[in-house]
Ligand binder design. Structure first.
Ligand SMILES: [Zn+2]
Length: 457
């Protein structure tokens, strides 16, 4: 009966061409580590007294899993070398078919590559499988009573205790930062009906193994196969989503689905074409230096140059704080790196509210082309928001808060990128790679110039 350990049932997403259910639950409660000596995720080294202080928004303590900075203790480290104890488990009523190593290969090496790309090499993710075969649980799958939205007690507590008991002779749990449990895909319903995949993060009351609580654990079930034929390329993406919780990131979809953020962050949508994280999340995870983030507090108009978020180096994020809990984030999204589904490259503007909990819509993307239907027909990508970014000549205006964000120009390469985006339009998702590399002008190839005005009228 811990009121602080709530479970958030995940949304139902009705998408353009294929309707899927995606479920995950994240919990968060206090601090605790699977491995001793791990430190807090995110850029905690940024002192609140620094010039970034006003941008380090935070929510009230009642928020379970917040967008606020810094990320509280209890989650796994998100920079440096991180060891993910990865176990494949099966049950007497759902015996693993095929080899457990094949199950592992559904997620690796793609998951570690995904994190390497997204983090610009700052997260060195090491999946380790000290037990390469199926780990048979002592109870039937049915006996654990695991279903969509199941809380940690009693089923998951029992499952984690059993995993610890069965694995302990061959595993030193102190050697790892968090736990991945890859469940045999024949246990439980098809992901097309109900997605059971879930993460329990920052769980101080988790069972203890080798003296450390199993505080951060991701469980993956079934196969997120939408039938589009892309499972081999993109089916792994549920794991980076679940591990996002292990690093302290909240869910961005709501009970209404992915309409708040669309495909602009893997914590919003993890089916379908690959996509990256928001710049805000990269800052939160410690993947951006302070110098790559501009905190726009000055009254009047200030101009900034942004480089594509998917590319290493350069300025990535402008944050316009509104108060201690909220602000607007501004970043440049182009089709490269993990961002495969971008069909209208440009400046993405979104509101971050640190006082809104996981699954309740802590981030809202501003749609520059409202009710357009979007520019992608890629399956499982929330289409309406796919053309959300602003291009040169467009602006975002919040008259109430006196904030204007306008895109005033681009570098030579970026103009190419914008042009390609306009031309690809609906359906064409194949081309447009590496745009923005040509033409190293004085303003920097691929850069967008953005003007932020505070204190309007
Ligand atoms: Zn989730």
């Amino acid at each position: 009966m811990q009121p602080s350990r709530r479970i958030r049932p995940r949304r139902v997403a009705a998408l353009a061409s294929v309707t899927v259910l995606t479920l995950a639950v994240s919990t968060s409660a206090g601090s605790g580590h699977l491995a001793p000596g791990t430190t807090t995720a995110g850029p905690i080294s940024l002192a609140r007294s620094s010039s970034y202080g006003p941008c380090m928004i935070s929510g009230s303590p009642a928020v379970q899993m917040s967008e606020g900075l810094p990320t509280p203790g209890g989650y796994s480290r998100s920079t440096g070398t991180v060891r993910a104890l990865t176990l494949m488990v099966d049950f007497s009523d759902a015996p693993g078919s095929g080899s457990a190593v094949d199950r592992f290969r559904e997620f690796f090496p793609q998951t570690q590559n995904w994190f390497r790309t997204s983090s610009y090499g700052r997260l060195d993710y090491r999946p380790e499988t000290p037990i390469p075969g199926w780990l048979r649980m002592p109870k039937s799958f049915r006996a654990y009573g695991i279903e969509r939205g199941a809380p940690f007690d009693p089923g998951y507590r029992q499952l984690v205790q059993d995993i610890v008991a069965v694995a302990d002779p061959r595993v030193d749990f102190r050697s790892y930062d968090f736990l991945n449990v890859l469940v045999t895909p024949n246990a439980g319903p098809s992901a097309l009906d109900t997605v059971l995949s879930v993460t329990f993060a920052g769980n101080t009351e988790a069972p203890v193994a080798d003296g450390v609580p199993v505080a951060n654990a991701s469980f993956v079930y079934s196969r997120q196969d939408d039938g589009s034929g892309s499972y081999e390329q993109t089916g792994y993406r549920v794991l980076p989503h679940e591990n996002g919780h292990v690093f302290g990131l909240p869910d961005l979809y709501t009970q209404e689905g992915g309409g708040a953020v669309g495909h602009w962050d893997i914590m919003s949508e993890d089916w379908g074409a690959n996509n990256d994280l928001l710049g805000w999340h990269k800052w939160k995870l410690g993947w951006l230096d302070a110098a790559q983030v501009n905190c726009a507090t000055a009254p009047g108009t200030t101009e900034y140059s942004l480089t594509p978020l998917a590319r290493a180096g350069g300025t990535k994020l402008v944050f316009v704080p509104l108060d201690r809990r909220t602000g607007y984030a501004v970043e440049l999204r182009t089709r490269e790196g993990n961002d495969e589904a971008v069909c209208r490259p440009g400046i993405l503007v979104y509101k971050v509210d640190a006082d809104v909990d996981t699954g309740r819509g802590p981030v809202t993307v501003y749609d520059s082309q409202r009710d357009s239907g979007g520019c992608t027909r890629s399956p499982n990508v929330h289409a309406e928001l796919s053309d959300a970014p602003l291009v040169a000549g467009e602006e975002f205006l919040d008259t109430r808060r006196g904030v204007r964000i306008s895109v005033v120009g681009t570098g030579a390469g970026a103009e190419d990128a914008a042009l390609v985006g306009a031309e690809t339009g609906a359906g064409a998702d194949e081309e447009a790679e590496g745009e923005g590399d040509a033409g190293a002008g004085g303003s920097g190839a691929g850069e967008y110039r953005v003007r932020v005005t505070r204190g309007l009228g």
